[in-house]
Design a protein around this ligand. Structure first.
Ligand SMILES: [Zn+2]
Length: 495
């Protein structure tokens, strides 16, 4: 029998033969037929159909249809697809019957046949809610894993927010095992913000608000799926955690693109709400915010630098020093163990790791700044301050003047409040601090502060090593003068 594309099968006969992949299957309780096996099938053209197999045929035919397999299916009935939970937009639904023949196919095709819908479209309200959709997004806010009594039975529930590549955000709510999978996925993800693919998701409403939920058991949830979309998201995230004020040395010239990108990032941060330190400590949700505060002291107990592997940037541990005599000269080589590279490495460099105690009128907290951010605040690099030494710190209290210079200064930090702060009450905001700017440049946007804005001395005095000094460098390149002044005009509007 000839193979017919899924889009052409119709209910007027049962003598069809199709070539399909089983994309998903789940068991469903039906009051008339008892348990049924429900499936979503796709043909090579990506046309999908919902198929159902009654309990009677589950053993003989259902087990021949495992997820991921390609099969030829011959002889089946079709009926109009109805209801509020339609897994596909095919007008008909397939039923496996007594004389349905299922045979293997040699085809191997890993395509998931996703039908992703962007959030803008979801939020527009233009979609018919009876059709289930595929969505992919990054978890940007995670609520508690709650147990709710539904018809006197406990059910797990979690609310969260997903954002898509365009930063459109939709509220979501998952129930039962989906809630647990998502919650666990977030705690296992390095950043607590995994990429979440929900297939066959339901667009619902909760208290009048649009919300994406699971369609009972019909949905499929994948955390950080190994697909191109995940990689793209992760890349976007990497860009985001880069510091906003990238302060290059005065001799280095950033190109226009880079300047623009810094301004874009700064602009994005400006959209986040301002919080006091008290507000930050009381925060009950994962979020980003701006905090203007004064550096009260530097906690030197953890030191101020570490050595990082030049290959992977992770912290290395010193394992030994090798002194060789080559051509009558003593050559010292330091050896380090890199846990990430799983090897002894010799190519390492010192980086800043500062623990600042910051305060405002409402409270005090600790911020940990890694090299990228600290570099924006300290005039000298960690390597310069160490003057070529590869020794461990002997006296933690002995802080270089260039570092002490930040004490007493006021900065505005962009801070990501992460799950660990919300759930476990951790008060050290590590890996989450983005230096926005010193107060001189953020004045116009700041909430009234008791710290009078005065001209800075020391580290921040003339000229500050930030975007302004970079643009001065750019100005020396005559070709870029015109474009640069446009940028400055734009930046002027922002501040
Ligand atoms: Zn390494």
């Amino acid at each position: 029998m000839k193979v017919t594309p899924l889009k052409d099968v119709k209910p007027y006969k049962s003598g069809w033969k199709v070539h399909v992949k089983v994309l998903h299957s789940w068991k469903q309780y039906n009051p008339v037929h008892g348990d049924t096996l429900e499936m979503v099938l796709s043909d090579e053209a990506g046309c999908k159909i919902h198929a159902s197999c009654k309990r009677t045929y589950m053993e003989s035919k259902g087990r021949l249809l495992p997820v991921g397999a390609w099969r030829h299916i011959q002889n089946f009935t079709l009926s109009p697809s109805t209801g509020m939970y339609r897994a596909t937009d095919h007008p008909f639904k397939m039923s496996i019957i007594q004389n349905t023949a299922i045979t293997r196919s040699p085809l191997i095709n890993e395509d998931m046949f996703l039908s992703l819908v962007d959030f803008q479209t979801v939020l527009s309200g233009s979609l018919k809610t009876c059709f289930l959709i595929d969505v992919i997004g990054q978890v940007v806010y995670l609520g508690d894993l709650e147990t709710i009594q539904v018809s006197a039975k406990p059910r797990m529930k979690v609310e969260f927010t997903l954002r898509d590549m365009n930063d459109a955000r939709v509220p979501c709510c998952l129930w039962g095992k989906f809630a647990e999978i998502l919650y666990e996925g977030c705690s296992k993800d390095e950043e607590g913000k995994p990429i979440c693919l929900i297939r066959f998701a339901k667009i619902g409403r909760f208290r009048g608000e649009l919300q994406i939920t699971n369609a009972f058991e019909a949905s499929l949830l994948l955390i950080n799926p190994d697909i191109a979309e995940t990689a793209a998201f992760k890349q976007m995230f990497v860009d985001e955690v880069k510091p906003l004020a990238i302060c290059e040395g005065r001799d280095e010239i950033l190109d226009l693109e880079e300047v623009k990108s810094i301004q874009d990032k700064r602009g994005k941060w400006m959209l986040f709400p301002k919080r006091t330190i008290h507000g930050l400590l009381e925060s009950t949700q994962v979020e980003k915010c701006l905090v203007e505060c004064k550096v009260n002291a530097i906690d030197s107990d953890c030191g101020w630098y570490y050595f990082g592997c030049c290959t992977c940037n992770k912290k290395v541990v010193k394992v030994g020093t090798l002194v060789k005599t080559i051509h009558g000269k003593e050559v010292t080589t330091h050896l380090w163990w890199c846990e990430v590279c799983k090897d002894n490495v010799s190519n390492v460099s010192p980086r800043f790791k500062l623990h600042l105690i910051v305060k405002d009128d409402t409270g005090e907290t600790k911020l940990m700044l890694l090299d990228q951010i600290a570099k924006g605040m300290i005039v000298e690099s960690a390597a310069t301050l160490l003057n070529g030494s590869f020794e461990e710190l002997e006296d933690p209290a002995d802080l270089p003047d260039a570092i002490l210079a930040v004490v007493g200064k006021t900065f505005t930090f962009g801070i990501s409040v992460e799950k660990e702060h919300v759930l476990y009450g951790s008060e050290i905001y590590k890996n989450s601090v983005n230096l926005l700017d010193n107060e001189e440049h953020i004045e116009g946007l700041s909430t009234p502060s008791t710290t009078p804005s005065t001209k800075k001395k020391g580290a921040w005095s003339d000229p500050p090593r930030d975007i302004t000094s970079t643009s001065k460098n750019l100005r020396s390149k005559t070709i870029k003068v015109e474009k640069m002044s446009d940028l400055e005009a734009e930046a002027g509007k922002k501040t």
